[in-house]
Ligand binder design. Structure first.
Ligand code: SF4
Length: 633
């Protein structure tokens, strides 16, 4: 779960007053506001755990009373949770530092009845490996996380025992990326877990926003070693017996699964039958294209690549927009049945966006000479650059054909509209990528902030806009939506790219060279442009010379660039720009109709514009440069 920091004193806007929380009998607290404003920066100070067991118990009881009164048909938004948590803390006279912990407990109580209605074998139990006995644990790690040997030295074995007996799927691993993947894969329908508040902030956040049932017991510390937890809370959570069906919260999970399933090999072949009908790469025993009919080789590589990896967020957007404009039944508990009845033409329109995206990845990997994609060698490293260019070209053709053949189902006007939008997007993306490549290869590294923002708008927004437009146009007339979609996509795309810039300066102490890659890689970033604009002449010239100073070590250059960025205050300026573009996207979302589409826009804002949890880069970067090794200069 992500915790929001709202308040005018930080220049943020809170559009609606927090609801009053009534702990005793009285009107239910307001769970959902039609309009909202939230920004978030640092959250480290919001992760205190109530000190005594008695206090934790009493707060959990109060959270249960509050959530019992909430409308459960819609997911709790982050704003809702924070407002309610702050209201409760105010009532109890407690500090805001407990907001994060209270939000986790509120969310858990919100979903308790729904999780009870899900059979244990459809629940995933997630445990953190930091609960293990660090000094003597004999367990090893395998592909499924920590393989506990049940030595009895920590509580992991006990918890596993209860969960195994109940029929849970159990994983001892850190949660963030894997949890949503498992849910979207369709193996489980709910998550129960134990984690520190740092992990919960990242991992559970996306689940809650998507309306996926989850419960968690926060660890009592976030020390990453020999941690502890309220063990009877965990036992109670895992032992939750199957109960009568409870009213279920609307969820995007069915639409996510539908977007993903389109790229499973059989469904891919059904929706886009192969022209050559050859074997799949997986069927030729690792001998790759050498064993294929040469005429079918390109098609086989393309279909293999389309079936690999990716979050499928673009096709999700198209399907979700189409659903929102045709009644929103895909987010209901029986949403899978409604989505199954979507015309295949809608699926193919959604697939075309992903196909273009995959083509751009193959070409990007060539341009950047990246070695790996989806954990495997990139296409150009595996088959050579000429073949990879050709594979990308094939996918572009396939993407257009997925739409162009649907005139019977969608009508000529609709197909023409979608194709035109896709073609526009394609050209703008190529312009944006072209700007970046030309700048990267140029000697003159000057850049104005406005030009950096224009590049961002060209590079990221068109695909987003095309995914939205395809869903709108397939559902009906699009005239009223064209301008709002364009502006929404533009602001979202720009904000997303700026956040990427900021994340490039986050790192960890084990991998300090992972920061500042954009600078060393010669990308035209907004941070770079803001620094050039804000620095005095001497420092500006120094910054310009640093990029090409091959005599200086990478360590030194990254460190010095960071210092100059700090001097020019570019990180704070970039955060303000993200806020500004997010506010614009929210203003458009506030006005969009119908409500299902508005909720989808809010969901996209919350999930696409994920803020860096802490914008502080490596400690080493804060040291005076003279303290660092500059031996290789
Ligand atoms: S019970 Fe399992 S996880 Fe805990 S210390 Fe023993 S082997 Fe390691």
């Amino acid at each position: 779960m992500r915790f929001l920091l709202v308040g005018e004193e930080r220049g943020f806007i809170l559009a609606t007053a927090p609801p009053t929380i009534q702990l005793e009998d009285g009107p239910a607290p307001v769970a959902s506001e039609p309009k909202r404003r939230s920004r978030r920066r640092k959250t480290a100070h919001l992760k205190l755990v109530p000190e005594t067991r008695e206090l934790r118990n009493s707060m959990r009881a109060k959270c249960a009373v509050i959530t019992a009164k909430l409308d459960k048909s819609l997911p709790l938004s982050k704003d809702d949770m924070e407002r309610i948590a702050r209201g409760l803390l105010d009532e109890l006279g407690m500090a805001e530092g407990y907001v994060g912990w209270t939000m986790v407990v509120l969310a858990s109580e919100f979903y308790r009845d729904q999780i009870a209605a899900i059979p244990p074998e459809r629940r995933l139990f997630l445990l953190p490996h930091c609960l293990k006995h660090a000094e003597g644990c004999p367990a090893d790690y395998d592909e499924f996380g920590l393989a506990c040997k049940e030595c009895g030295a920590c509580s992991i074995a006990d918890f596993r025992g209860i969960a195994d007996e109940m029929g849970y799927k159990v994983l001892v691993a850190e949660g963030s990326p894997i949890v949503l993947k498992i849910i979207v894969s369709g193996y489980v329908d709910a998550i129960v877990g134990v984690a520190c508040l740092n992990v919960l902030e990242k991992a559970i956040d996306k689940l809650l926003l998507a309306g996926i049932p989850c419960m968690a017991v926060p660890l009592l510390s976030s020390d990453c070693r020999n941690t502890s937890v309220d063990e009877d809370w965990v036992s109670e959570m895992v032992s939750l017996q199957q109960a009568e069906a409870a009213p279920q919260t609307r969820s995007y999970v069915h639409l996510m699964r539908a977007a993903s399933q389109m790229f499973e090999p059989d469904e891919l072949d059904r929706l886009a039958p192969r022209a050559r009908g050859g074997k799949r790469l997986a069927e030729v025993n690792g001998q790759g294209v050498a064993r294929l009919d040469p005429l079918a080789g390109t098609e086989a590589i393309v279909y293999d690549f389309l079936a690999k990896g990716g979050k499928h967020s673009r096709p999700f957007i198209t399907l979700a927009v189409y659903d929102a404009l045709t009644g929103g039944k895909g987010t209901q508990p029986d949403g899978a049945e409604h989505i199954a009845a979507f015309p295949d033409a809608i699926r193919r329109a959604a697939m075309s966006i992903e196909t273009f995206h995959k083509a751009s990845l193959v070409h990007d990997d060539i341009e950047d000479d990246d070695a790996f994609r989806y954990g495997e060698e990139t296409i150009h490293r595996k088959y050579g650059v000429p073949t990879a260019i050709n594979v990308g070209d094939y996918m572009i053709g396939l993407g257009y054909r997925l739409v162009s053949r649907e005139t019977k189902e969608l009508g000529s006007d609709v197909v023409a509209g979608i194709l035109n939008n896709l073609a526009e997007a394609h050209m703008k993306l190529s312009e944006g990528q072209g700007c970046e490549l030309l700048w990267r290869d140029a000697k003159d590294k000057r850049l104005k902030p406005l030009d950096a923002l224009k590049i961002y708008a060209l590079k990221t927004s068109p695909a987003f806009e095309a995914a939205l437009y395809s869903g709108v146009r397939a559902a009906g007339p699009a005239d009223d939506y064209v301008e709002p979609i364009r502006l929404f996509a533009r602001n979202m795309g720009v904000a997303f790219q700026i956040l990427n810039d900021l994340k490039d300066w986050q790192g960890d102490s084990d991998n300090k060279m992972s920061v500042g890659c954009d600078t060393l890689g010669g990308r035209p970033t907004l941070l770079w442009a803001l620094a050039l604009e804000g620095l005095p002449d001497a420092e500006r010239e120094e910054l310009l010379s640093l990029v090409s100073d091959e005599a200086a070590s990478a360590d030194y250059r990254v460190t010095r660039v960071h210092q100059l960025y700090e001097q020019a205050d570019v990180f704070e300026q970039a955060h303000r720009l993200v806020d500004k573009h997010q506010q614009r996207a929210e203003s458009i979302a506030d006005e969009i109709e119908p409500e299902e589409l508005r909720r989808l826009f809010y969901y996209l804002i919350d999930t696409v514009l994920e803020r860096p949890t802490e914008p502080t880069p490596l400690e080493v970067l804060s040291q005076p440069v003279t303290q660092l090794s500059v031996g290789s200069m």
